[in-house]
Design a protein around this ligand. Sequence first.
Ligand code: UT7
Length: 322
Amino acid sequence: MKYAGIAGTGSYLPEKVLWNKDLEAMVETTDEWIRERTGIVKRHIAADGETTCDLAEKAARLAIEAAGIAASDIDLIIVATTTPDRVFPSTACLLQHRLENHGATAFDLQAVCTGFVYALGVADKFIRSGSHQTALVIGAETLSRILDWRDRGTCVLFGDGAGAVILRRQDEPGIQATHLHADGSYHELLTVNAGVSQGYAALQAGEAYIQMKGNEVFRVAVNTLGQIVDETLSANDLNKEDIDWLVPHQANIRIIKATARKLRMPLERVVMTVEDHANTSAASVPLALDTAVRDGRIKRGDLLLLEAFGGGFTWGSALVRY
Ligand code: UT7
């Protein structure tokens, strides 16, 4: 039996920082409201002309270095993103070109904030099947490009960034299980209602922005993430205390704390980056993972529970022996 394990991680945040205080000058909000209701203090914003592929490349190079491999060793590239550089080719193909990798399977995956967890699940299945050996799995976003900077209900919540992992085939289970779900009946609660096939009207009218019914999303997110914790533990015969680290999607500190309570997990065992990164959608889980790997909190052998929830709705978890 072959399994996939994390050989290295990397991440990148754009240089420009936007503080809550800066937003006070843009919309009717306060630093205090944003901190209390979301836990966010600042977020990073891509520079003019800096694209999702630029962020993904920087995260990818760090993950490749951490794994001690060459880019040419990679035979699978999956970029989870909601904000690709182009309609096509995929950001994965653009990135592959920059890494001077030729011939790997390369594609983008769209599951909004759950994108990275979905991509990890897909890459794990490729590797377990025996068809592939070394995968570069990325979550990368320039969400700032689809924010309505006049809408205080959304523009304070999101940021830009990228996180990457290298998965390699190994004899022991690293990715132990992934549980991936969606329910499209919720598509109107969190959406950018513009796209190629609908015609470019919304894009031309300058209305291709994130629209969210925040408190309705909040309620479903808390319930659904509670359920995915139960599902993951029971499907894998685990007790709550078996999990060493919760690495959650970083949308709102109140959602993270509710999931931690469900796991009876002290907050010291929860990786929280929402304060500094805000919600970076598909990049949020791998950014949090890389942060805790590089600062030494997450160690080899630890059992990690990764989880995410986002537009679609999509949601999922990954159980990982690091
Ligand atoms: O990653 C994908 C998943 N997304 C999420 O998980 C996001 C889930 N939702 C949330 O995190 C929260 O619902 C929000 C942070 C978006 C909003 O927090 P809330 O506690 O649910 O607030 P609310 O939407 O019920 O609004 C409460 C009040 C409203 O004013 P009134 O009607 O009570 O007078 C809003 O207009 O807060 C007002 N408000 C703001 N005030 C200051 C909304 N946004 C802001 C703001 N600054 N930025």
